[in-house]
Design a protein around this ligand. Structure first.
Ligand SMILES: *Cc1c(COP(=O)(O)O)cnc(C)c1O
Length: 495
């Protein structure tokens, strides 16, 4: 199986090349030429497997240039008990007979990004060997909070890699900042950018497309790569937990043979829900894909009307990982739903670039509406949802998960479909202590680490130990940079 670009289907790459490069030179995203199918028998057989074994079964279908033994070793290392504090890795909690929460935040940084960013470094490191690459990969990351820490933790001390993370100085939560500036490892560095997330992201993109810098770095033995969700090596590990949750629900008698489960995913860059779409296409018993947005509802409008329009106000919300107006991974969905029409994808992306807006064909829209349902949730409803689930069901959720829980309620009320559904839970409530405390009726008092103790005291829900121990860690990174000086920061670090 080869990989191609969403903007040029005649290009052929191996999986290792696609993962090493991250983004195609034509600006498109890498995709496998076709999606492998899972038979009902294969899915049945996975019911009795561990999460690690399921990961090997699914990933090996896509990664022909990696052996099963390699993938087994990667899965064992990535999802080990030292990394994940739940033996199920991605446990499912049932909130009522038809509503389940898939908890994807039991990894080292307490957000779902770990599910892929614990695996990606193994895939990337192996891809360097497979492609005969002798240079060191320098991973540049712009983060609004969760990706940066998860990437740092995944790449720390991985041979032949260095990682540089840029976060907006005043744009991340206190806990998120503390997590990053105390990062351990000999190949890591972290900088605050004097600006917002867009400034950091624009800076990173500028460096990526600067041929002079690339040439200078090559001379010094480095090439640039990406750990953002445009990398296929991040999308693929996410397919695993969607097949896995179906296996668990069937095994535990919560999903009957022949029945399908609806999935409600809190969405930003469209990477997580795209993986759910792939799992559905491969044959997992998945029904509606419900896309949940916060006040930044560009995707809600798109999935309902076929018009993608980023010309709208940007809101800073209490679910910051979903504060995004350009959902990069949508491009992969457009490729699939236009039956691999790369010219059509190019034209949409060109319009997005030039006017910030495009409208898909009626054919594509009809498919979108059959597969997806979309809704958005404002700030008050987010708080109200956390409060209700806590007081009525004794379940504590973070702000992103609450957006999904609320949108699932909207879907059920509007469609009348009360069938089995999974709320995809993307972060520990302890990453967003202030809004969660306020939601359960407490007044947040103190700094980041004190808030963790306060939330634990108030709820009796145990905080993830790595977050609880943050207070005792030495701060290693205090540097900040003007947004225009990011190039120099990279050149200085890689000297
Ligand atoms: C990144 C993130 C999201 C959004 O996921 P996408 O793949 O970008 O759609 C949602 N919730 C949390 C907590 C996240 O960190």
């Amino acid at each position: 199986m080869h990989y191609l670009s969403t903007r040029d289907r005649t290009l052929h790459f191996t999986a290792a090349e696609a993962i090493k490069q991250g983004l195609s030179r034509d600006g498109g995203l890498f995709l496998p030429e076709m999606l492998p199918a899972l038979s009902a028998r294969q899915i049945k057989a996975m019911e009795s497997m561990s999460y690690q074994e399921r990961a090997v079964e699914i990933m090996s279908l896509f990664l022909e240039d990696y052996s099963r033994e390699e993938l087994r070793a990667f899965a064992d290392a990535a999802y080990s008990p030292e990394k994940f504090d739940d033996p199920a890795v991605a446990p499912v909690r049932s909130l009522d007979a038809a509503t389940h929460s898939l908890e994807l935040w039991h990894g080292p940084t307490s957000a779902f990004k770990d599910m892929a960013l614990q695996m990606l470094p193994h895939l990337l490191y192996a891809s360097l060997k497979k492609t005969g690459e002798e240079k060191t990969a320098c991973i540049l990351v712009a983060t609004s909070g969760d990706t940066g820490k998860a990437a740092l933790e995944g790449f720390r001390d991985v041979d032949h890699t260095k990682i540089m993370v840029f976060y907006p100085k005043d744009g991340v939560s206190e806990i998120q900042k503390l997590q990053m500036v105390t990062q351990e490892g000999s190949n890591v560095s972290v900088y605050a950018v004097l600006g917002n997330f867009d400034d950091a992201q624009t800076g990173v993109k500028r460096i990526f497309s600067d041929e002079a810098i690339r040439a200078q770095l090559l001379e010094r033995g480095y090439f640039l790569s990406s750990a953002n969700s445009i990398n296929w090596g991040r999308v693929l590990p996410q397919v695993v937990y969607y097949v896995s949750v179906c296996c668990d629900l069937v095994r535990d008698g919560k999903l009957k043979e022949g029945e399908k489960v609806n999935l409600c995913v809190p969405t930003g860059n469209f990477g997580n829900i795209l993986s759910a779409y792939y799992a559905k296409c491969m044959g997992a018993p998945i029904g509606r894909l419900i896309c949940a947005s916060n006040r930044n509802d560009v995707l809600t409008e798109f999935l309902r009307t076929g018009v993608y329009d980023r010309n709208r106000p940007f809101y800073t919300t209490m679910s910051p990982s979903m504060d995004i107006l350009i959902s990069s991974n949508l491009e992969r969905l457009l490729y699939a739903l236009s039956d691999g029409n790369d010219a059509e994808v190019r034209s949409y992306m060109k319009q997005l670039n030039a006017e910030g807006r495009y409208q898909v064909s009626d054919t594509v829209l009809a498919k979108v509406r059959k597969l997806f349902w979309a809704g958005s949730c404002g700030e008050e409803d987010t708080v109200d949802t956390i409060r209700r689930y806590y007081t009525q069901r004794n379940y504590l959720m973070d702000t992103h998960t609450a957006v999904a829980a609320h949108v699932l309620e909207q879907y059920r009320a509007e469609s009348g479909d009360g069938g089995p559904a999974v709320i995809v839970s993307t972060a520990s409530p302890y990453k967003f202590c202030s809004p969660v405390l306020r939601a359960i009726g407490a007044v947040p008092a103190g700094d980041g680490v004190e808030l963790i103790a306060q939330l634990q005291e108030a709820t009796g829900v145990k905080a993830p130990w790595r977050l609880a121990e943050l207070g005792g860690k030495a701060v290693r990174f205090t540097e900040s940079t003007e947004k225009h000086a990011m190039e120099q920061v990279v050149l200085d670090y890689l000297n």
